[in-house]
Design a protein around this ligand. Structure first.
Ligand code: FAD
Length: 342
């Protein structure tokens, strides 16, 4: 089989990149092992314009947010599914945020574009409502992507083993596949990829719960460092934990207890029956920026990774940038180029 691009991994990164390359009339084959615990499937899919303790607009939000919203809406129109649910995000301010960060943001007006009602937000606010925000049903998005790729003979369920890979000057071969380039989108597994194990990865395990929450009627997402996402059918999700030492996809009792407490703090209700408990590992680089582009020593080998805890927001814009780079040679932004780490 001959393709232009062989992509390893069908999480958010690999899926969106494959779709961009297909849009640019390139032939792709995506290899994915079908693990149901990939970060992209564990994720709550929340999109939030203001993140972090300092109440700052999220990195590059003015570019990334419109690109992401436009992307998922276009996908919905084309494929007849609803993957994005718009929801306000209510952020409860800590005493430090109220005293220190919010007065500065209020004076500068830099959050106005993301406040649901800027006139209602004043010096005494104890919470702020942000929009546009919401969540993407990532499992549904990935499933529809998989269906689309499979219909074009562009998806293979298989484990990619590096010892079968041959890198030539003008092409790569893997088993029966020949390609111009191979692009690794393996999430946190990239830390053990011999071509990219030199990147400064700091992966973080995360867990979330889905619970029965019949008393939760408002559909606003609540956030106090943890978040509570009402699903609108008597269920809610609560998340997410961060753990840097034990990097596996196994749900833990400690995280469950922590999240049940977070549910109560955010809802004022006792935690209901746990319906689902998911765990995954976020792939994060030390500078928390995505990483994309071609290997400094092997022109036929590339990467799209480091989406951190904002894959839903980050993937559409940077997949487009990487596809433009691969197809037309358009230079990559230095801040995300893999070569920044050399
Ligand atoms: C608990 C949790 C909550 C999160 N919540 C949010 C959120 O609310 N909003 C948000 O934007 N982001 C969230 N994230 C982050 C988001 O999940 C990631 O940024 C994003 O999914 C990363 O996508 P990826 O494609 O890079 O990696 P992954 O999703 O890990 O995908 C990699 C894929 O490659 C496959 N693969 C790896 N190695 C091989 C191999 N050798 N052969 C074949 N296949 C292989 C894997 O099985 C997987 O399918 C959360 C993450 C976690 C863990």
């Amino acid at each position: 089989m001959r393709v232009d691009f062989l992509i390893v991994g069908q999480g958010l990164a690999g899926s969106v990149l494959a779709l961009e390359l297909i849009e640019a009339d390139r032939r792709v084959l995506v290899i994915d092992n079908g693990h149901r615990s990939a970060a992209s499937r564990a994720a709550a899919g929340i999109v939030n314009p203001v993140t972090g303790k300092r109440l700052a607009p999220s990195w590059r939000v003015e570019t990334l947010l419109p690109a992401a919203l436009e992307y998922y809406l276009r996908w919905e129109r084309r494929h007849g599914v609803t993957v994005f649910q718009p929801r306000r995000m209510r952020r409860y301010l800590t005493p430090r945020q109220r005293d220190r960060y919010w007065p500065r943001r209020l004076a500068s007006g830099e959050l106005n574009a993301y406040l649901a009602d800027p006139a209602a937000a004043g010096p005494d606010s104890v919470f702020l409502d942000f929009e546009p925000a919401g969540y993407v049903d990532t499992a549904l998005f990935l499933d529809t992507c998989a269906g689309f790729l499979a219909s074009r003979d562009a998806l293979r369920r298989s484990t990619f083993a590096g010892d079968e890979l041959r890198i030539g000057r003008t092409e790569v071969t893997w088993c029966d596949v020949r390609a111009d380039k191979i692009i690794f989108c393996e999430g946190y597994k990239a830390a053990t990829n011999p071509y990219f194990d030199w990147l400064p990865f700091t992966p973080a395990k995360g867990e979330i719960l889905t619970l029965n929450a019949p008393a939760l009627t408002a559909d606003t997402i609540r956030n106090n460092g943890n978040w509570l996402l009402p699903l609108g059918d008597g269920r809610a999700r609560v998340g997410a934990t961060y753990e840097w030492k034990r990097l596996d996809e196994t749900p833990t009792a400690a995280a469950r207890t922590e999240l049940e407490r977070a549910f109560t703090a955010l809802s004022g209700e006792p935690a209901g029956e746990v319906l689902e408990h998911r765990a995954g590992v976020r792939s994060v680089l030390k500078d928390t920026k995505p990483v994309l582009g071609l290997h400094p020593g092997f022109d036929a080998v590339g990467i799209f990774n480091g989406l951190g805890s904002k894959g839903v927001l980050v993937a559409p814009h940077f997949a487009r940038c990487l596809a433009d780079h691969l197809v037309s040679g358009r230079p990559l932004d230095d801040e995300v180029d893999v070569r920044r780490n050399v």
